[in-house]
Design a protein around this ligand. Structure first.
Ligand code: SF4
Length: 312
């Protein structure tokens, strides 16, 4: 079951534009998070344990060393890469220091661009100008914004520390400068249902977006949600629930939007639940199957379905 038959995937998008496979190398800029250090909040988002998505062991290395290690670790080699600053809030720092780190990454051999993961309320105009400057030099620049949901009540409940308004502002500013925006969304947040997911995807695509990452809620050790789960106050998302939501969201997304991810995994013992999220391909295959049976990306948009040129 090939996902790219039904979804405009980042892998296929990059391949069609660069003529070869381009891989992402995940690196750690030694950033922290303003929702943890007291600047914007304390305790962080209730689902968060950074260890579940960041490789802390590599943070002691320089950016160039990290890129070399990550490139070496790839089973399928490539000659072109995107450097992905993933851990914590990768725009949270002095602009000069950010510029130094980002430039170190772009100076590494065969780097064609940057992906910078951050919060919507932590992207200043100076940072946007920096990223727009790299784009003007010919680098591919993706600003990866953690929105998770467009529902302000849920954002408050999970202690995000920002609302839809901050996302709306920075998304419009970034795209006006030609910076590509990839928005991260979580399915399964407490109190949310298919209606919330539908409202979120409709608001995001109506505002305008270049890429999306869909993620099932992981309940991980060290998070506030882990306590709620242990106390029986939070249920784990089933694979069937996830697939129903993800398929609907993908079908409501216009075909030109690039999916960076349609599911996500985590490893035990950090992952507490759901168990199916431990298997790398399970969620992806199930989503592809659901799309194959009921219609591909864009099949439920108002404009109808249009195959992008790189669909196979
Ligand atoms: S999810 Fe991101 S913004 Fe939220 S606490 Fe964790 S690192 Fe900070």
């Amino acid at each position: 079951m090939q996902l790219h038959h039904w979804v405009n995937t980042l892998g296929q998008d990059l391949k069609s534009r660069y003529g070869e496979t381009v891989r992402k190398l995940t690196i750690h800029g030694n950033f922290t998070c303003p929702n943890r250090d007291g600047t914007l909040g304390r305790g962080g988002c209730t689902f968060c344990n950074v260890a579940s998505f960041a490789d802390e062991t590599i943070a002691v290395q320089s950016i160039a060393e990290q890129l070399a290690i990550k490139a070496e670790q790839l089973k399928a080699k490539s000659t072109k890469y995107l450097a992905y600053f993933q851990a914590y809030t990768s725009t949270y720092g002095e602009v000069l220091e950010l510029d130094r780190l980002y430039r170190e990454a772009m100076a590494y051999r065969n780097i064609v661009g940057l992906c910078v993961g951050t919060r919507p309320d932590c992207v200043s105009d100076a940072v946007l100008a920096l990223l727009a400057g790299y784009r003007a030099q010919g680098f591919e620049i993706w600003l990866e914004l953690g929105l998770q949901t467009s529902n302000d009540k849920t954002l408050k409940r999970i202690n995000r520390g920002h609302g839809w308004a901050e996302y709306e502002t920075v998304c419009l500013k970034a795209r006006a400068l030609g910076i590509k925006v990839c928005t991260h969304l979580i399915v399964g947040l407490p109190g949310e249902s298919l209606l919330d997911y539908q409202q979120t995807i409709d608001r995001v695509v109506t505002l305008g977006v270049d890429g999306l990452k869909l993620h099932p809620l992981h309940i991980v050790t060290g998070s506030t949600m882990a306590k709620a789960y242990a106390a029986g106050k939070l249920a784990a998302l089933t694979l069937e629930e996830y697939v129903a939501a993800a398929v609907m969201m993908i079908q409501r997304t216009p075909a030109h939007v690039v999916f960076h991810r349609v599911s996500a995994t985590a490893r035990k013992p950090t992952l507490i639940a759901p168990d199916w999220c431990e298997e790398r391909w399970k969620g992806i295959i199930a989503v592809a199957q659901g799309l194959a049976e009921s219609g591909p990306q864009g099949s439920q948009t108002n404009s109808g379905y249009l195959y992008p040129s790189n669909f196979r």
